[in-house]
Design a protein around this ligand. Sequence first.
Ligand code: CO8
Length: 377
Amino acid sequence: MNDVVISGTGLFTPPNVVTNAELVEAYNAYADKFNSENAKAIESGELEAISHSSVEFIEKASGIKQRYAMYKEGILDIDRMLPVVPRRSVDELSISAEMAVAAAKEALTQAQKDPHEIDLVICGSSTTQRHWPAVAVEIQQSLGCTGYSYDMSIACSTATFAISNAMDALLSGSANSVLVVNPEYVTPQVNFRDRDSHFIFGDVATAVVLERQKTAAEVPLFRILDRKLKTVFSNNIRTDFSYLTRAEENLTLERFFEPDQWFVQHGRKVFKELLPLVCNLVTSQLEENKVEISAIRRMWLHQANINMNQFAAQKLLGRPAEDGEAPIILDDYANTASAGAIIAFHKFREDFSPGDRGIICSFGAGYSIGSLLVEKL
Ligand code: CO8
C-alpha cells in the first residue's frame, strides 16, 4: 500500500511588503515620464502612450493586495524598477538557499526530524538562481542532510511535481525521508514596467517533509492517496531569459531588458485554456479513486488569480465554494509561483480531523498541472 505521508510543512515570508498602492504610484510615475519624454513620437503616432495602472483593477482582476519582497530597494525607483540585489560571495549562502533553509527548519521541526535523517533534498523553483552547483546541494549541506539532492523546475507546478518525485523515491526505496523546498525568488524576473503583469508576483519559500508512515513521529500526518500530473505545451506563459541571450548576434545591453526576457503571459488565454484542463484532471482523479467531490473538505489551489480559483472550485463542486473550501492567500502573498498551493496547505489544515480529505492542486506555465489527493490520518 502507498503509505507516503506529509509530516511537516514550513513557510518563509520575506521581510519587506510592497503594497498595490506603492507599485501603482511608481508605475504611473514611470508612465508619465515615458509619455512626456516621448511626447513628439506619441503625437506623430510613432509610439503609443502608456496608460496608468490602477489599484482597483489589480484587486478586482487578481485578488492581490500586496506582496512580499526579499529586497525592496529599487523596485519602486522609476529609473530602475528592479530590486537591488546584493552580490554574495561563494562562501555565503545564496538567496534561494537562505529562503529555503528558513522554510525547511520549520518543516523539520513540525515533522520532528533531525536534518541528518533527511536523505533526499529536492529544490524546486520557477526561478532557479543558478544552474550549478545545484541549489539543493547547497541547502543539503547547510542543513546537514545526508544522501543526495537535486534541483528541478516545471514553473508553477514545481512543488506538486517535486512531491510526486519524492513519492517515487520513497516508494522505490532510494530515499527514506525527503525534504522538498520551493524558494520562489521571483521579483527580479518581474517586468515592473509592464502594466499587465507588474502586480502579479511576490517572493516566498515553502518546504514539505515526506516519509513513509512507519518512520513518522506522532505528529499530524497527511497521507497522499494519489497524485496525478499533466503537461500540455503552450506559449501563453513564457520567458526566453537564458544563457543563450548572451550568445545572440548583435548583442547590446538593452537586449537583456526586452519584453521576452521577462515573465510574459496572455492572461485571458491562460484563464480560458488552463481551467478546463485543471477541472478535467481533478474530476478524473476523483473518479479513478472512487471519491465523490462531496467527500473533499478543502481544495488548496494554486494561487494565481482569485477569479480563477473561484471558477475552478465552483466547476468542481457544482456550486460556489463556501468559506474555507478553497482558501485564498493571494491578498497577502500575491502569486508566488509553485509555492502558492503549499502556502495555503501550510496555513489552512489544522482544523482537519482524521479521515478528512482534500486536494492540493497546482497549475501554471508549460502548461503544467499537478494534483495530490490527501487524507488526514
Ligand atoms: N491597471 C489598470 N487596467 C489594466 C491593467 C492595470 N495594471 N492591466 C490591464 N488593464 C486593463 C486592460 O488594458 C484591459 O482594458 P480593455 O478592456 O480596455 O482592453 C482591461 O484591464 C482588462 O484586461 P485583461 O482582460 O487582461 O484583464 P483580466 O481580467 O483578464 O485580468 C489577469 C488579467 C489578472 C492577468 C488575468 O487574466 C489572470 O490572472 N489570468 C490567469 C493568469 C495565470 O494564471 N497565469 C499563471 C501565471 S503563473 C505561472 O505559471 C508562471 C510561473 C513562472 C513564475 C515566474 C515569475 C516571474
